[in-house]
Design a protein around this ligand. Structure first.
Ligand code: NI
Length: 202
């Protein structure tokens, strides 16, 4: 399991690096394209999901606020709680400016993560956290838009019963008030570093 976690963290890092490289290539390699359209829509995009109150929400509902977007699942033993805690700490350190940012957690496990489950989970990290779930198709579409890779795998628990877990990318995205990509944070970025970066863009 440790090797697996390391692999997924490394994969996530690689994906982030590739995304950055792709952005550069798009901007540099497309002199005839309008700069304002290249790079846009590369990461992020429309989504239609359900929030913790059971309400249907789309990306448009977040316009006018920055979004910190992380994909995971509430049964995640390590990466998700660690990253959500870093998000909470970074926003705490940011002070009043944090009100301009909505921390958004999107589950990759709609089978187990109902709106209630996601709601109870994100509440642990702060009252302003938004938890989103939805149909497997809607979640797959959102994950694809954000270049998030995930795969379900089964394992036998200590009780001999088959259970499942989910390997997933660990990149945290900062989106602007129009829903466009600004930057991302690799897993392991300390909260103080994240706060510094957020302050730069706000
Ligand atoms: Ni996780």
């Amino acid at each position: 399991m440790r090797g697996r976690l390391l692999l997924i963290v490394l994969l996530g890092f690689l994906l982030g690096a590739l995304g950055g490289a792709a952005l550069l290539i798009m901007v540099r390699g497309a002199p005839h394209a309008k700069i304002e359209t290249s790079g846009k829509a590369l990461i992020g995009g429309p989504f239609s999901l359900i929030d913790q109150t059971g309400k249907q929400v789309t990306d448009k509902d977040f316009r006018g606020r920055y979004m910190l977007v992380f994909f995971g699942f509430t049964h995640c033993p390590d990466v998700c709680p660690a990253e959500l805690q870093v998000m909470a700490d970074a926003l705490g350190q940011l002070g009043p400016k944090a009100s301009e940012i909505v921390p958004v957690f999107i589950t990759l496990d709609p089978e187990r993560d109902t709106p209630e489950t996601v709601g109870a989970y994100v509440k642990n990290f702060g009252p302003n956290f938004v938890g989103l779930t939805g149909t497997p198709e809607a979640i797959a579409a959102a994950a694809k838009a954000y270049h998030v890779a995930f795969s379900k795998f089964e394992y036998k628990g200590q009780d001999g019963k088959t259970d499942y877990s989910i390997d997933h990318s660990t990149i945290l995205y900062l989106m602007d008030k129009n829903g466009d990509y600004i930057t991302h944070f690799s897993f392991g970025t300390p909260a103080t570093k994240m706060t510094e970066t957020l302050r730069r863009y706000l």
